[in-house]
Design a protein around this ligand. Structure first.
Ligand code: ADP
Length: 430
């Protein structure tokens, strides 16, 4: 393969790998983003819930009463803030109680401003402490507390967000390391898959190139023959007899070229499986009878014996009759060509439970085990000299196999050198 092709295949392969990595990588990144966002939201939500529950428990401990027109607030029984209470299980960073006029009444933790300035609800902020080297993030809740629909004060509590941030930080690390690693693995997989995807294309390209090279080679020899005979024929003085012979040779060579070209066209046109609407119900017994007659005459001319074994009852298959006939004719003509005078050729049709089997046997020259795996390849000839003499291009069996396989059947061969060959076409019975 030329280097331009290698570059082209490699470029297509890396394009495939790049697109694969980009698409899979984006899916992965989006997935990881959604996962992180959900995790952060859920953790924050449950943290806020705990903070709110704590504030409700604390607010329930406040005792507020009006005595001689004066409002009195007793915080002794308030968890954390009061002294008469059991400690709460949450780690509050601070807790503060403000009067309804937003004046500080009592607090635990850092010294707060005298006047409540923050609105009600949740806030997040960062504070510097001597306890830790890095500033800590706090989540604060300011809650107006009512008793019998009367505002009795404001409770403000805050707790460190570390229990939320630390697992999230770990998750972030995991994603930051894991996602690029996974993208690397995806890229590698893409490259390997790209190679696998390109392989059949590379193979069929190679085959096509080989086929074109073989076909041109096959055409070059007869063309050279035509050219040389024409050139010599054009030279003076002209002997009419010789001129006639040369023209005859030119005609013969052109005829064989036209056969080759039609076989090549046939191979190109009938690639792949036939569509079901092209197939008809065919009685093989009827299809084979004319072939038997034709080949009996031919065989007698070649001093060969032609035998047949066809059943009396119809044997139906789904096939394209003209193509199937062509495949059988190719096998029969090979059997005649590769069987010496005095030999025997036989055409049998065997009904099996699911299959109809057409056998073409001969007791001719046979095929060696080295050649056997290749005889269905295009342009393959076991004995180039002999098959050239018999007029073959090495396409007959390739065509036969292509036809049989296009109809869902199988074409196989068993052969022994010097003893003969048996070609077998198996088709599904209807
Ligand atoms: P060709 O046109 O050369 O006969 P085919 O594709 O029909 O090409 O066959 C390929 C080769 O297989 C032939 O060149 C021949 O060597 C071998 N072959 C095919 N059929 C037979 C047979 N019945 N007996 C012996 N050799 C055969």
């Amino acid at each position: 393969m030329g280097w331009i092709l290698i570059v082209m295949f490699n470029r297509s392969r890396s394009n495939l790998a790049t697109w694969f990595t980009l698409s899979m990588g984006s899916i992965l990144v989006i997935f990881a983003g959604i996962l992180y966002w959900r995790e952060a939201r859920d953790r924050m939500h449950s943290f806020d819930q705990i903070l709110y529950n704590t504030s409700r428990i604390m607010a329930a401990g406040v005792e507020d009463y009006i005595y001689e027109g004066q409002q009195h607030t007793d915080l002794e029984n308030v968890p954390v803030l009061g002294s008469d209470t059991l400690p709460l299980s949450t780690d509050l960073f601070f807790a503060r109680w403000y009067t309804p006029h937003k004046q500080l009444l009592q607090f635990i933790g850092a010294v707060p401003p005298q006047q409540l300035a923050t609105p009600s609800g949740f806030q997040t902020f960062t504070v510097d402490t001597q306890l830790t080297s890095t500033p800590i993030q706090l989540r604060q809740l300011t809650l107006p507390v009512y008793q019998e629909k009367r505002l009795i004060g404001y409770l403000q509590i805050a707790a460190s967000l570390a229990p939320v941030k630390e697992p999230l930080q770990q998750l972030r690390w995991f994603l930051v390391v894991g996602v690029p690693l996974a993208i690397g693995v995806i890229a590698l997989t893409g490259w390997v898959l790209g190679g696998k995807a390109m392989e059949p294309i590379r193979q069929s390209y190679n085959q096509l190139q080989q086929f074109t090279a073989d076909a041109s080679h096959e055409l070059r020899t007869p063309l050279a023959g035509i050219l040389s005979h024409a050139q010599v024929g054009l030279m003076e003085p002209v002997d009419p007899q010789e001129q006639h012979t040369r023209l005859q040779i030119i005609a013969e060579v052109a005829e064989s070229m036209s056969l080759l070209v039609s076989q090549l066209l046939f191979l190109a046109r009938h690639q792949g499986k036939l569509s079901p609407d092209m197939l008809k119900t065919v009685d093989l017994v009827q299809l084979l009878h004319p072939l038997v007659e034709e080949h009996t005459v031919n065989a007698t001319q070649n001093q060969q014996t032609f035998l047949n074994a066809l059943p009396k009852e119809p044997l139906l298959v789904q096939a394209e009759p003209d193509l199937l006939r062509q495949a059988i004719v190719n096998l029969l003509s090979n059997a005649c060509r590769y069987t010496p005078a005095g030999g025997m050729i036989e055409l049998c049709l065997l009904p099996q439970s699911h299959w109809a089997v057409i056998q073409v046997r001969d007791n001719g020259i046979g095929i060696s085990s080295q050649d056997l795996p290749y005889i269905f390849n295009r342009f393959y000839r076991a004995d180039r000299v002999r098959s050239r003499q018999t007029g073959g291009f090495g396409l007959g069996l390739a065509i036969a196999r292509q036809i049989v396989e296009a109809q869902g059947g199988e074409l196989t061969v068993v052969s022994t050198v010097g003893k003969g060959s048996t070609f077998e076409i198996k088709l599904h019975r209807r």
